[in-house]
Write a protein of this length. Structure first.
Length: 160
C-alpha cells in the first residue's frame, strides 16, 4: 500500500503533491479516519510551507479556503466519490474542466479519493492505534515529504 500511496500522492504529473495530499486529507476527514486525515494533513502542511490553517480550512469548508477554483471543484468530486462513485455527475466533471482541470487531474482525483476510502477502512477496520500526541505527526510528515512513502520505514528510525 505504501507503493500505491507513493504513486498516487507524489507524482509530479498534473496535480501538485500538496493538492494530492489535500484530497487525501479531505476524504479521510469525511471518512472520520483520525490517523489518515491528521497524517496527510501534516504532509500537506510541509508542502504548503507550514500553512496548517489552510489545511484546516480545507477540512472544514474548502469553498472558503484560499485555494484555486480548480482544486475546489476537484475536492467536490472527491467528496462525491467518498459517498459513492455514481454520485459524480457530468456537471461536476464539466465544472472541474471549466476551472482548469485536465482529464488526468480528474482521473487522479477520483483514484486518490477511492484509494483513500479503502485506506481509511483498512486503518479503521483493523482498529489500529493512532498516535494522539499530535507532535509526532509533523516529524513523520517531514520524513515522507523528503523521502517518500514506503522503503524508508524499515531503514530509518521512526519518530517516537
Amino acid at each position: 500500500m505504501s507503493e500505491l500511496a507513493e504513486i498516487l500522492l507524489r507524482s509530479s504529473d498534473g496535480l501538485a503533491p500538496a493538492e494530492r495530499e489535500l484530497i487525501a486529507t479531505y476524504v479521510s476527514y469525511l471518512n472520520d479516519c483520525f490517523y489518515c486525515h491528521h497524517s496527510h494533513g501534516e504532509i500537506a502542511c510541509i508542502y504548503l510551507e507550514g500553512d496548517r490553517e489552510l489545511v484546516d480550512q480545507v477540512r472544514k469548508d474548502f469553498n472558503k479556503a484560499a485555494i484555486s477554483e480548480k482544486l475546489k471543484s476537484l475536492l467536490a468530486i472527491a467528496a462525491k466519490v467518498q459517498q459513492g462513485g455514481k454520485f459524480v455527475t457530468e456537471g461536476d466533471i464539466e465544472k472541474a474542466k471549466q476551472n482548469g482541470a485536465t482529464d488526468i487531474d480528474i482521473h487522479d482525483t477520483v483514484l486518490i479519493a477511492a484509494a483513500f476510502c479503502m485506506f481509511n477502512r483498512y486503518v479503521d477496520g483493523l482498529s489500529t492505534t493512532a498516535p494522539t500526541d499530535m507532535s509526532s505527526y509533523p516529524l513523520r510528515a517531514k520524513q515522507i515529504a523528503e523521502n517518500g512513502y514506503g522503503s524508508h520505514i524499515y531503514t530509518q528510525k521512526q519518530p517516537a
